[in-house]
Write a protein that binds this ligand. Structure first.
Ligand code: NAD
Ligand code: DAU
Length: 336
């Protein structure tokens, strides 16, 4: 039976991927997760216990990582690397865990897959490419030069470069994917869409950074999972694939949609202090993934996906409500 080690498998996207693999395939999964503030072990509940093991540990700790990777001896076994510090605003408050987990953690994992000749898929972000002008007809492609803006995106860019070097210099069997902004269930309420939904559900107003003209290219997390699985099955070793679902929206549009879908006045939000160095626009051209691997997104109706997500947060208050006050207190110190 195929065996996949999923780092960061208790996080927002990692847990979706674990559920995807256990639901759609016969593979077994070992999650390696440090269980930071961003982890949701609840998201793994109800999955088949005979095919899922959860190991609590740090991806930057070789004494934990090496023996786990050594267990992957089958021809299709692999590591899928989601573990990261993932929030830009946190990286502006304290970059140190971003360098440690995202760069050192990826280095430790690369050394383990090199030592045991194990296939790796490294999960990265479109933010490594910097940003685009609002009217730029070009979108990011696999050829776009790296130009990261924040400590988070620079740490992910550093990790991507390490993977590329281990492929070229040591022959490590790795693929990389750079995906756009995800939304869906179990996303931490520090992030834009869940923050605004839970603001409205808690009786406060959404908070828009700056003018709200910034554009993000939204993809449902389920589509990210299906793309990573497609790359793991049929991706070309050494290749980078961009993952996106043609979901460009300005932040202003998204806030107004959230308000409308919750029956509120679309102008019932506050403009707050902008994010320093705030990237203007991300946009992905995912032609390579679609033509080479035949992947297509299923969640192409953003309004419908957002509606489902709002319903999910309305039904899961006991998961997010205990953390809401602390998250908002952190933002309040920055006038956000
Ligand atoms: P998340 O913050 O929700 O989850 C990260 C998970 O990693 C958590 O479970 C956390 O406990 C774990 N983790 C953190 N440090 C660790 C360490 N040192 N050792 C082991 N586990 C550790 O993040 P997410 O939004 O699910 O993102 C997952 C991956 O996808 C990241 O690599 C991120 O860069 C990438 N990505 C995210 C998006 C997005 O829109 N959220 C888009 C593109 C790429
Ligand atoms: O593009 C992929 C990236 O998307 C991932 O690599 C990151 O892990 C993920 O967090 C996300 O980064 P962003 O910085 O784009 O996401 P965030 O949800 O923090 O913010 C989305 C946009 O909304 C951004 O332009 C900032 C803005 N924003 C955010 C918050 C939290 C607001 O206007 N108000 C807010 O309260």
């Amino acid at each position: 039976m195929q065996h996949v080690v999923v780092t960061g498998g208790a996080g927002f996207i990692g847990s979706n991927f674990v559920r995807y693999v256990l639901t759609h395939t016969a593979a077994r999964v070992t999650v390696l997760d440090k269980m930071t503030y961003a982890a949701s072990p609840e998201a793994l509940q109800g999955l088949p216990a005979d095919r899922l093991e959860v190991v609590v540990g740090d991806v930057a700790d070789a004494s934990v990582v090496d023996p786990l990777v050594a267990r992957l001896t089958g021809p299709s076994d692999a590591v899928v690397h989601f573990a990261a510090e993932s929030h830009n605003d946190n990286s502006l408050r304290d970059p140190s865990p971003f360098v440690q987990t995202n760069i050192v953690g990826t280095f430790v994992l690369l050394e383990a897959v090199r030592a045991h000749d194990v296939r790796l898929h490294h999960v990265s972000t479109d933010e490594v490419y910097g940003d685009l002008a609002l009217d730029d007809p070009q979108r990011f492609t696999e050829q776009t030069p790296y130009r990261p803006s924040s400590p988070y995106s620079a740490s992910k860019a550093g990790a991507d470069h390490l993977v590329a070097a281990w492929v070229r210099s040591f022959g490590v069997r790795a693929t990389v994917s750079n995906c756009s902004n995800n939304y869906g269930p179990w996303q931490h309420i520090e992030k834009f869409i869940p923050r605004q939904i839970t603001n409205v559900l808690s009786g406060s107003r959404p908070r828009l950074y700056g003018s709200g003209q910034n554009v993000r290219d939204w993809i449902h997390t389920e589509d990210h999972s299906s793309a990573v699985w497609a790359i793991l099955q049929d991706g070309v070793i050494g290749q980078t694939y961009l993952i996106g679902a043609d979901g460009e929206r300005s932040n202003l549009e998204v806030v107004q949609l959230v308000l409308e879908q919750l029956g509120r006045d679309p102008d019932d939000f506050d403009h707050v202090a902008d994010r320093p160095g705030h990237d203007l626009r991300y946009a992905i051209d995912s032609t390579l993934l679609r033509t080479e691997l035949g992947w297509n997104p299923r969640y192409t109706d953003f309004e419908a996906g957002l509606k489902d997500t709002i319903e999910w947060y309305s039904a899961h208050r006991s998961w997010w409500e205990p953390h809401k006050q602390d998250v908002e207190a952190g933002y309040a110190t920055k006038g956000q």
